[in-house]
Design a protein around this ligand. Structure first.
Ligand SMILES: NC(=O)c1ccc[n+]([C@@H]2O[C@H](COP(=O)([O-])OP(=O)(O)OC[C@H]3O[C@@H](n4cnc5c(N)ncnc54)[C@H](O)[C@@H]3O)[C@@H](O)[C@H]2O)c1
Length: 401
């Protein structure tokens, strides 16, 4: 694309919501980030539904499409493979990529079960390829700012953390039995799907987790069957349609102890009524606290005892201060200048793709990569044990040698 930058050949596998979001995001990088270290080139898109691959060529600028993953891993122009299929296919696709020596970015949570994630991480580590994982909420400018404040000690010593991801995507019993609701397609339910985002963000902000106790529930036990090859978790069936059983959890909640001594709790549900995409956290320290919610991602509430020092009494305060995002926060200025001019969900994907592209260009491992994916599933592994034992479980590492 430009003479002074190397080209990184991109392949996307699985061209649904995420595959399309990554593809659009790579295409936007050159016009948004002049200081990128490489130019992305959309080489080939693979989807088992042929028409989706063809759409990638017609509307997204890919040079080729295929229904066969082998055409992707054997392609000489492909440097990095972006894995965006159903969770239980991540292992097959990531292992094929690593075996071919291709760098690999996998959508979260990297496999549907902790043992799959462990095998994927081992294969990529042994192949020496750069890895990435789609924990995109890390990249929100205000989340990055929160991280700076926490690392600089502005909140004091962290005492407790609340994380939640409440989504209504499965609240309607007529919502189709897409792959997300079946262990065969997704692995675990919300603990794999959306709790992974919430806990990953907590570990980025507040460090590793030592122990966990949790519980899980499936509220909607049957759902209408989709037509083969059709239907996402946002589509609906009709009353009287044939149904099938839901085989993973709608709800997961847990309490945790962080290694730094603070305490946390997490809740996640896909079958809740009210919160629509409430990926949110609250973090409390001895000198302040922060609240952030994806539903209003361009604003954040901050309470600092020191800035509220009225008449010498640090606890005589006026309440939280609302901070709007703006171009003084990380990455924001690439999208819009000034203050309080909002950015959106897919802009986080662009920032994520930029970092992975730059990592491939420099050969430096990307974070979050498969090591961070493994950190979450190690917590998940302990949580799943606690569903059985109904007791606190120590978080070990599920990493393979
Ligand atoms: N980071 C995020 O915010 C986020 C959001 C949604 C989904 N995800 C993750 O992204 C992944 C995909 O989710 P989605 O919502 O895009 O799903 P989706 O159902 O919209 O898309 C999946 C695509 O994979 C294709 N596919 C199925 N089997 C295949 C095969 N054998 N070979 C090639 N393609 C195949 C399907 O045809 C479909 O196009 C999942 O791992 C999910 O957890 C992440």
């Amino acid at each position: 694309m430009t003479a002074d930058k190397p080209t990184v050949g991109i392949a996307v596998v699985g061209f649904g919501w995420m595959g399309q979001a990554h593809s659009r995001s790579y295409a936007r990088i050159p016009s948004l980030f002049a200081d990128r270290l490489a130019d992305p080139e959309l080489v080939i898109c693979c989807d088992n539904v042929e028409a989706r691959g063809q759409e990638a060529v017609t509307n997204f600028g890919f040079a080729e499409s295929t229904v066969d993953i082998n055409d992707v891993v054997e392609h000489p122009d492909v440097d990095a493979i972006i894995v965006c299929g159903p969770n239980m296919l991540h292992e097959q696709h990531c292992l094929a990529a690593a075996k071919a020596g291709k760098h690999v970015f996998c959508e979260k949570p990297v496999g549907g079960t902790p043992d799959q994630t462990a095998r994927i991480e081992q294969a990529a580590r042994q192949a020496g390829v750069i890895t990435g994982v789609g924990y995109n909420y890390r990249w929100a400018p205000l989340v990055q700012y929160a991280k700076q404040l926490i690392d600089d000690g502005v909140l004091g010593q962290i005492t407790n953390y609340r994380g939640r991801f409440f989504s209504m995507y499965g609240a309607d019993p007529l919502g189709l039995l897409s792959w997300r609701f079946e262990h065969e397609g997704a692995g675990y339910g919300v603990s794999t799907d959306i709790l992974s985002h919430s806990v990953d963000l907590a570990m980025m902000l507040n460090g590793p987790i030592d122990s966990v106790v949790g519980l899980a529930e499936t509220f909607i036990k049957e759902r209408p069957l989709p037509k083969p090859g059709e239907g996402t978790h946002y589509d609906r069936g009709a009353p009287g349609d044939p149904t099938g059983p839901v085989t993973n959890e709608d709800y997961a909640g847990c309490m945790v102890r962080f290694a730094n001594g603070s305490i946390g709790n997490f809740e996640t549900s896909r079958a809740i009524v009210g919160p629509q995409s409430q990926m949110a956290f609250e973090i409390y320290g001895t000198k302040g606290s922060i609240k952030w919610n994806l539903e209003t991602m361009n604003e954040m509430d901050i309470f600092l005892t020191e800035s509220a020092d009225l008449n010498g009494d640090p606890y005589l305060h006026l309440g939280y201060t609302k901070v709007y995002t703006g171009d003084r926060f990380p990455f924001q200025g690439a999208f819009v200048p000034g203050d309080a001019n909002s950015i959106g969900y897919e802009d986080l994907k662009v920032i994520e793709c930029l970092h992975f592209l730059n990592a491939v260009a420099t050969g430096e491992q990307h974070e979050p990569g498969f090591a961070e994916a493994l950190n979450y599933v190690s917590v998940q592994d302990a949580m799943v044990r606690s569903w059985e034992s109904q007791a606190w479980e120590k978080v070990g590492s599920v990493r393979l040698p």
